[in-house]
Design a protein. Structure first.
Length: 253
């Protein structure tokens, strides 16, 4: 049975003081209000992970994610943070391949495959992002393009390894724009990706894979999106910076 997941990607926002307030509000609201079958993850800037992990670990259905990690194990890689370091401070998940990392930091499917490997080797859960630009959506073949991101970065994994991966479909044209994909557009892509996974790993693995939607998801549209049979939750950007709204999204199943 696949998990329902709501993850908040804080991106490069919040001071330490603000991050502590936001995390402690979210932790309290999740504990009091969110069904325990929904896993709630926060992904603050890396600098705050160690401190905030002490808050999230107190709630069984909460996790804490890094927004990125190195594709290298250790060594002379100035400025990088390794998967083993993240594991050592109690991180549970790592977001990989966000379109902002692909666009601004030139992350390729090949590098992302290496990151997926090292994250899994360290016992962390990758939240693997995929998605198309507006130009790609308006042209032929956007479903196949998004599926190819999975093929190129994930399909070298064994079925057991793939079973540990969470997918996040994030149409780039919907990120931070207020332009949400319609629930039908989200469902169509999620169903297509699930079929693509089934073609490689079989229906059981596909049925057990959580596929999250991300892109201007908020407390007003989450319920309709999460009601789609192949949408298993959300990767939330802007709306995760407000504790009340983020918690309301996690209550939208
Ligand atoms: O990782 C989150 C996504 O980029 C969505 O961001 P957004 O909810 O601000 O559109």
């Amino acid at each position: 049975m696949r998990k329902k997941i709501v993850a908040g990607n804080w991106k490069m926002n919040k001071s330490m003081e603000e991050a502590l307030i936001l995390a402690s509000e979210v932790v309290h609201m999740v504990k009091d209000e969110v069904n325990t079958d929904v896993q709630v993850i926060i992904a603050p800037p890396a600098l705050y992970l160690t401190t905030l992990q002490k808050h999230t670990e107190a709630v069984a259905n909460m996790g804490i994610a890094a927004q990125n990690c190195s594709n290298k194990a250790s060594g002379a890689y100035t400025g990088e943070i390794s998967a083993s370091m993240l594991k050592s401070i109690g991180a549970t998940h790592v977001i990989l391949g966000h379109s902002e990392r692909r666009q601004y930091f030139n992350e390729s499917n090949e590098v992302l495959a290496e990151k997926v490997n090292i994250v899994l080797e360290n016992g962390l859960t990758p939240i693997f992002c995929c998605g198309e630009t507006l130009e790609q959506r308006q042209a032929e073949g956007f479903l196949e393009f998004v599926a190819s991101q999975l093929t190129d970065s994930l399909f070298h994994l064994s079925a057991e390894e793939f079973g540990k991966v969470v997918i996040a479909y994030e149409p780039i044209w919907a990120i931070g724009t207020g332009l949400t994909a319609s629930s039908q557009q989200a469902q169509d892509m999620h169903a297509y990706l699930r079929g693509h996974i089934a073609g490689k790993y079989g229906q059981e693995v596909a049925d057990n894979t959580s596929i999250l939607y991300g892109g201007s998801c908020n407390e007003k549209n989450a319920e309709e999106l999460f009601a789609c049979p192949d949408v298993d939750g959300g990767l939330i950007g802007g709306a995760s910076l407000k504790s009340r709204e983020f918690t309301n999204i996690a209550k939208s199943f």
